[in-house]
Design a protein around this ligand. Structure first.
Ligand SMILES: NC(=O)c1ccc[n+]([C@@H]2O[C@H](COP(=O)([O-])OP(=O)(O)OC[C@H]3O[C@@H](n4cnc5c(N)ncnc54)[C@H](O)[C@@H]3O)[C@@H](O)[C@H]2O)c1
Length: 257
């Protein structure tokens, strides 16, 4: 394989089994990273790892529930033993559910924040411990919803907004302590992954809503998983060596309006 932009680096991608996470795993692996595909759905993660190995990449599946601090701690030991010391972490795992500020149940609010926000915090906390001696890069997958809200996904938007500012706090902490760990967030526009398709399938007027959502992207279409993965690769690579605490919007102009 030709020299890649993250050659020989060990990357952990949470929620790497499908959707954007799967595309991120493939992009990093094709550029030389040894990829740990960490997912609560181990069968999907195994399938993705197998698919990448068939393409000549180095990839291994690991079971991880991002809401468990103990599982994160154990993941870093397992990955270090299997692939080597970790220097890239992509906090990608996330869940979504509709609900306004008025009708969201507290249990749903907590579940969404547990995965989307606590999961990023726990991955980052143990990631800093694993990387601070030798340096690395953390990329948190937020959303356009972390910048511009909608009325119908209050808990999701709240969790993604929190990821945006937590990223900046962590970037400052790492910089001030000279850890050589850069921390940035990526804010994708809408991409038709299983998460989106499953959500829309539950709605009577799902396709009409998808057309409306597509129209909110001035570029005139949804994003593709690879377009998000390219941004992650850039931030994870040395090409972004002076970039930390930044938010990279990949949204076809959605938030420019
Ligand atoms: N698809 C979009 O339009 C879009 C837009 C902006 C941001 N995002 C964000 O991108 C990320 C990936 O989204 P996607 O569309 O690929 O979703 P997806 O549902 O297709 O994939 C999510 C993956 O995360 C895993 N996961 C869920 N809960 C987990 C947990 N507790 N621990 C470990 N793994 C867990 C799932 O098993 C799955 O493999 C999410 O954070 C999402 O909020 C997506």
């Amino acid at each position: 394989m030709a020299m890649g932009r993250v050659d020989g680096r060990v990357a952990v991608v949470s929620g790497g089994g499908r959707g954007l996470g799967a595309a991120i795993c493939e992009r990093l692996a094709r550029d030389g990273a040894l990829v740990a595909i960490a997912d609560i759905d181990i069968a999907t993660a195994e399938m993705q790892a197998h698919r990448l190995r068939e393409k000549g990449c180095v990839a291994k599946a690991f079971a991880l529930d991002v809401t468990s601090e103990a599982q994160w701690e154990s993941l870093y030991s397992q990955v270090s033993a299997a692939l080597g010391r970790v220097s890239i972490l992509v906090n990608n795992a996330g869940i979504a559910a509709p609900g306004t500020a008025e009708d969201t149940e507290l249990a749903d609010w907590k579940r969404i924040h547990a995965v989307n926000l606590d999961g990023v915090f726990l991955g980052t906390k143990s990631g800093i411990k694993a990387m601070k001696e030798h340096g690395g890069a953390i990329v948190n997958i937020s959303s356009i919803k972390g910048i511009a809200a909608t009325s119908f996904s209050a808990a999701y938007d709240s969790s993604k907004g929190a990821v945006r500012i937590f990223t900046k706090s962590t970037a400052l902490h790492c910089a001030e302590n000279h850890y050589n760990i850069r921390v940035n967030s990526v804010h994708p526009g809408w991409v038709r992954t299983e998460m989106v398709e499953e959500g829309m399938a539950k709605l009577e007027d799902g396709e009409a809503m998808m057309a409306q959502i597509r129209a909110l992207h001035p570029i005139g279409r949804f994003g593709e998983p690879d377009e998000i993965a390219n941004a992650v690769l850039f931030l994870a690579s040395d090409e972004a060596s002076f970039i930390t605490g930044a938010e990279l919007v990949v949204d076809g102009g959605y938030t420019a309006q």
